[in-house]
Design a protein around this ligand. Structure first.
Ligand code: UGY
Ligand code: MN
Length: 254
């Protein structure tokens, strides 16, 4: 048997000025005040050029994440496992596919995680809108939302987890986008909105700016405003990603 040498200088992670592909081969842990006995990776952040943050957090039964959403709202999605969210005096236990949106002004504690629990979170500084109240807490499951057909293609299916389409109070959207095998975006999108995403299932090819990347379950992507973007699903199973988008605010306001 030939001996394999691991080339530790190789990585599939790419960080560019207007996009990043984070494949998880280079994670180094961060400490977050108030978050104890957990593993946190800051996958996307201001330091990269983004206007929001995306974290990956692994929990054990000993973990406690506690804090107050002062100016930054939080959105948590349970990628694996089960844990309990206490938001103000409301308590909800959520498993895979569950999510909790914590608007500014609310305190939270996340604990009682099963071993192997993985959380995805998006963090965005809230931009208020004159005449509109700060949004309410939202919790639920991805499957509670029907899949709607995107761009008239039955191979492209979208779930909208937040009510941002009907409620201008929300300045962020989180959607789950499923591509049936062989489906692809109908054009190369180039738009002011920013994205952070995590692949939940399947694989395919992502075009970011003028680069083409193979992507699969577990990979994360950052797309800056105006980063040209396109995706096509490969293989025999659907490809699904959950993604963040900033919405509902005038582009000229600071
Ligand atoms: O909502 C979107 O902009 C979405 N279609 N973009 C993307 O999937 N890259
Ligand atoms: Mn887009």
């Amino acid at each position: 048997m030939s001996q394999q040498i691991k080339l530790t200088s190789l990585s599939t992670t790419v960080v560019r000025p207007n996009h990043a592909l984070i494949t998880g081969d280079g994670f180094v842990n961060s400490s977050i005040p108030g978050w104890t006995d957990c593993t946190v990776n800051i996958v996307i952040n201001k330091a990269m050029g983004a206007n929001f943050a995306q974290f990956r957090t692994l929990l054990t039964p000993a973990s406690t994440l506690t804090g107050k959403a002062e100016q930054t709202q939080l959105f948590f999605y349970v990628v694996e496992g089960t844990c309990t969210f206490e938001i103000n005096d409301q308590s909800v236990r959520l498993s895979k596919g569950g999510y909790a949106y914590i608007p500014i002004g609310h305190t939270y504690t996340i604990h009682k995680g099963e071993d192997g629990t993985e959380l995805l979170s998006f963090h965005k500084r809230y931009k208020s809108l004159q005449g509109f109240d700060v949004p309410e807490v939202v919790t639920g499951y991805d499957k509670d939302h029907e899949q709607s057909i995107y761009e008239n293609d039955p191979g492209l299916l979208m779930r909208y987890l937040l009510p941002d389409q009907d409620n201008m109070s929300f300045d962020m959207a989180v959607n789950i986008f499923t591509y049936m095998p062989g489906a692809n975006l109908p054009f190369v999108e180039t738009h002011i909105m920013e994205h952070g995403l995590l692949y939940l299932e399947g694989q395919g090819i992502y075009r970011l700016d003028d680069n083409w990347y193979p992507v699969r379950k577990g990979d994360a992507i950052w797309m800056a405003p105006y980063c040209p973007q396109w995706f096509g699903a490969l293989g025999t199973e659907p490809a699904t990603y959950i993604y963040y988008k900033d919405v509902n605010r005038h582009p000229i306001t600071p």
